[in-house]
Design a protein around this ligand. Structure first.
Ligand SMILES: *[C@@H]1O[C@H](CO)[C@@H](O)[C@H](O)[C@H]1NC(C)=O
Ligand SMILES: *[C@@H]1O[C@H](CO)[C@@H](O)[C@H](O)[C@H]1NC(C)=O
Ligand SMILES: *[C@@H]1O[C@H](CO)[C@@H](O)[C@H](O)[C@H]1NC(C)=O
Length: 646
């Protein structure tokens, strides 16, 4: 598998998508970037509107979204021949939000009237803060029967793709529009290929996962970068971009880099805000810049910039790091060995720190982005201290040791994570994270805790065997932990977690690593809302059953926050055994009855089972699962269906 690449900044993303009329420019510098982008936007007003509306109003139905698509298309048709009309001069995003507000009943139905009474910037921020990252309120992504999918697709491709975009957009409200369009284009390719094959299902099973992987990876990255931007402002965004670009393009000159980073950072806002049109324009401009200046950026870009534009985008995102210049010294003396470091810093603090980060990042291509930022922060703090002393050079001479110490600490964290992965294996590791994350942030929804745990395990599975183990794990796990901190609003989860999110973007992971169980948490006194076990468990497909089990386990930790990993594992084993055993039996009912035939001194009268919650409260979980086995089927059903829902 390809090494994870985090750079998602550029899209050579003009050109055509669902329209095939546009001849494709392949040499970017030759085309008039603005007009090509505008034509692309005009041609794709439908898809772009679907994205924006589904991301702003995630609950809206496809039909409701379509109403707005029609309106935007009408507007386009009005504006194309005469751009001077007043309604054509306004920001597309403002026009769209106004139209969303004007749909009768919609603001009330989906509870965003409070946004519609505001204007301009305030309205934009309101729509943004209305986006919900935790999409547990939506049904799972519809996975229909593949044959039927292909029939629908072939009958009405355009409509089908729009529906696909809609379903992805509402579940990924922060995904940048260009990324989503790339995903849709990839999906279109998959559908085109698979729908002509004999074994359609199998084809989708092999070809769809890379698309989903691309989606998830980019979605996580965009979310976290926007989160950092909104919480810590443009300076942090700049640092991230400097570290990324310097590592990827170590030959670029600092001046060139500064220009590019400035461009990128200034274009980022539109994307983070959810303004699809501004985001498209910004991204396209950046790509154009990159390809225009490719010779001074990287020798590897040539291949990307020659591709058709859509492929070029993905190409740059996944481009390998360029080789370091041969004459690059192991370290830049200017920052640690010179006598005048403090004077240089005083002259232009921001620029000086940026240059340090650039020089350090291009020399350390094996480090993660967060690690580079940690070093940058270290250096800034060090100088703040040293420049106050009588003999600053004596003080900052030891900078590198300090950097190494920080890096050692991060390496150790990753080594431990990967060792645990080797020792425990995927399943037990998942339970480890269920316990760890739920204890750390029991206030989060069960859905979020299970999916986060699983994503961390998947990340370790992908990274630990790699040569670039450290960077891979640190980059990815940092992204995932970033989910705790929120994107469009400062989440308040509990004081300890909030503190980790607030204090430093770079050191977030170290901070989380030190977190123990939340001290402020009071478990619910009854389990009634946390649990649910339906009799359809036996009919549940493998994946569904597993998901239910996972939710169940996380709920147990919420209820018993002192449970150990072993406790949870043994509970899980018992639980699984009972379900497996009984579902395999002729009738689950009979099976449970049989279990009941061998009581072992545990009182299984219904009264003792009056509330599962009480039982779990009073007894240890092992006992509970033994009781489970001994209860008569009807009793169990009755209690489970009445008392608890899974
Ligand atoms: C509607 O939105 C407001 C403001 O965000 C919020 O306070 C309120 O709880 C929401 N109501 C419902 C029913 O979700
Ligand atoms: C810091 O670590 C690097 C790479 O491991 C090593 O080459 C260098 O000598 C170390 N420097 C100090 C001062 O410990
Ligand atoms: C979150 O808090 C930071 C300060 O810690 C503040 O600058 C920022 O505006 C807040 N963001 C939101 C979306 O409220």
């Amino acid at each position: 598998m390809k090494q994870l690449k985090l750079t998602v900044f550029f899209y050579c993303f003009l050109g055509f998508f669902f329209t095939e009329s546009l001849t494709l420019p392949t040499k970017l510098p030759d085309v008039d970037n603005f007009h090509v982008t505008q034509k692309f936007i005009d041609d794709n007003v439908g898809s772009l509107t679907v994205i924006a509306v589904a991301q702003y109003v995630q609950e809206a139905t496809f039909e409701e979204v379509e109403v707005l698509v029609k309106e935007m298309l009408q507007l386009r048709d009005k504006c194309l021949p005469d751009e001077t009309l007043p309604e054509c001069a306004r920001l597309a995003n403002d026009v769209l939000q106004e139209s969303i507000c004007a749909v009768e009943g919609l603001p009330q139905k989906y509870n965003f009237s409070h946004c519609c009474i505001r204007r301009d910037l305030e309205r934009r921020s309101c729509f943004l803060s209305n986006k919900k990252a935790d999409v547990g309120f939506l049904p799972p992504f519809p996975i229909g029967d593949p044959e039927k999918k292909c029939q629908d697709y072939q009958q009405k491709k355009d409509l089908y793709l729009k529906k696909y975009i809609y379903e992805v957009a509402r579940r990924n409200p922060f995904l940048f529009a260009p990324t989503l369009l790339i995903v849709a284009a990839r999906f279109e390719e998959v559908a085109n290929t698979c729908c002509t094959q004999q074994d359609i299902a199998r084809c989708f099973q092999t070809r769809a996962p890379p698309v989903i992987h691309y989606l998830k990876e980019n979605s996580a990255y965009e979310k976290i970068v926007c989160g950092a931007f909104m919480r810590f402002g443009p300076k942090t965004l700049n640092s991230i971009n400097i570290a990324e670009l310097s590592q990827k393009f170590p030959r670029i000159a600092f001046k060139e880099l500064t220009y590019l980073v400035g461009e990128i950072s200034s274009q980022y806002g539109g994307c983070c805000e959810g303004d699809v049109v501004r985001c498209m324009r910004g991204m396209s401009k950046i790509v154009n810049d990159v390809c225009t200046k490719q010779n001074s950026i990287s020798s590897k870009l040539k291949e990307c910039c020659e591709k058709t534009i859509l492929e070029c985008a993905a190409c740059i995102i996944y481009l390998d790091k360029d080789e370091k210049p041969k004459d690059l010294s192991p370290r830049e003396a200017k920052f640690t060995d010179s006598k005048d470091v403090c004077q240089h810093q005083d002259a232009d603090q921001d620029n000086f720190m940026n240059e340090f980060l650039y020089e350090y990042s291009r020399r350390h291509q094996d480090l993660s982005i967060p690690e580079l930022l940690r070093i940058g922060e270290n250096y800034e703090n060090l100088l703040a201290d040293c420049c106050k002393t009588e003999n600053p050079p004596d003080c900052y001479r030891h900078a590198e040791e300090k950097f190494n110490k920080t890096t050692e600490k991060s390496l150790k964290i990753v080594r431990q994570e990967c060792e645990r992965f080797q020792n425990l294996g995927k399943d037990d590791l998942k339970y480890h994270y269920f316990v760890k994350l739920t204890k750390m942030a029991p206030q989060l929804s069960t859905e979020e805790l299970t999916s986060l745990s699983k994503e961390i395990v998947a990340a370790l599975g992908m990274c630990c065997a790699k040569r670039e183990q450290f960077a891979c794990v640190d980059n990815l796990v940092d992204l995932l932990l970033g989910e705790f901190c929120g994107v469009n609003r400062n989440r308040t989860i509990n004081p300890a977690v909030d503190q980790c999110c607030k204090s430093s973007f770079a050191f977030r992971r170290h901070c989380f690593e030190g977190l123990k169980a939340d001290k402020t948490y009071v478990p619910p006194s009854t389990s009634q809302d946390l649990f649910a076990l339906h009799e359809d468990l036996c009919q549940a497909q493998n994946g569904v059953l597993q998901r239910k089990k996972d939710r169940y386990l996380v709920n147990i930790v919420k209820l018993k926050p002192h449970i150990t990993e072993e406790g949870l594992r043994s509970f899980h084993t018992d639980f699984t055994n009972v379900i497996e055993q009984c579902c395999k039996a002729e009738g689950p009912e009979a099976c449970f009855k049989e279990e009941h035939l061998a009581p072992q001194g545990v009182d299984s009268r219904p009264a003792a089972f009056a509330s599962l919650g009480m039982l779990i409260e009073m007894q240890n979980l092992r006992l509970f699962s033994r009781v489970l086995r001994q209860v008569k089927a009807e009793e169990m059903r009755r209690h489970f269906t009445k008392d608890i829902k899974l």
